[in-house]
Design a binder for this molecule. Sequence first.
Ligand code: SF4
Ligand code: SF4
Length: 191
Amino acid sequence: MNKRELYEKAYGILANVTPLVSDCGQLCNQACCHAIDDDSGMFLFPGEEVMYEDKPHWLRLETSNFTYGGGKKALVAICSALCDRKLRPLACRIFPLTPYIGHNGLLSLKVDPRAVPVCPLARANTPEKIDEAFIDAVANVFKLLARDREFKSFVLSLSRTMDEQEEVFRKFTENPSKKRTSRAIRRSYYR
Ligand code: SF4
Ligand code: SF4
């Protein structure tokens, strides 16, 4: 399966699911789509740029300083207006979840600690429950992408960055004990 086929399949799996059955944007005024500055965006997963060869007018791609796989630079997708939902990047479709590779080398799914300041659903004390159908679909996408070596290498680097950020969040929250700041969801382990 080439990268286009892989991402088309991933987008398809996530086409009809959202974090809540109702519109979660009403909880936060769509905070994840209102960037703090014009240059913040979402990482593209390795090779995902094939989905944007036609360059939609609402999207620009920039090279980031985040590296993986021995120095490859990740791309960031920066949207300048409300997007065409059918074309939104994978990172937007899975938010606030993320793939994660632990120190045991296993790939899993968890709530992205980087989402905590933005997304009410990511916080440990939120009353809303993320929809199980959404979690299942995201897990299926990670299972699919786990066959791709570049994806795993990207997630490995991302996971170490998330570990560092989670540590910083812990230090600066009212909760410097061992309590989690992000909601605990783990699902589906694969090699
Ligand atoms: S920030 Fe979270 S709750 Fe708000 S729209 Fe985005 S995913 Fe939904
Ligand atoms: S691409 Fe779409 S879903 Fe993603 S942040 Fe921009 S407006 Fe939101």
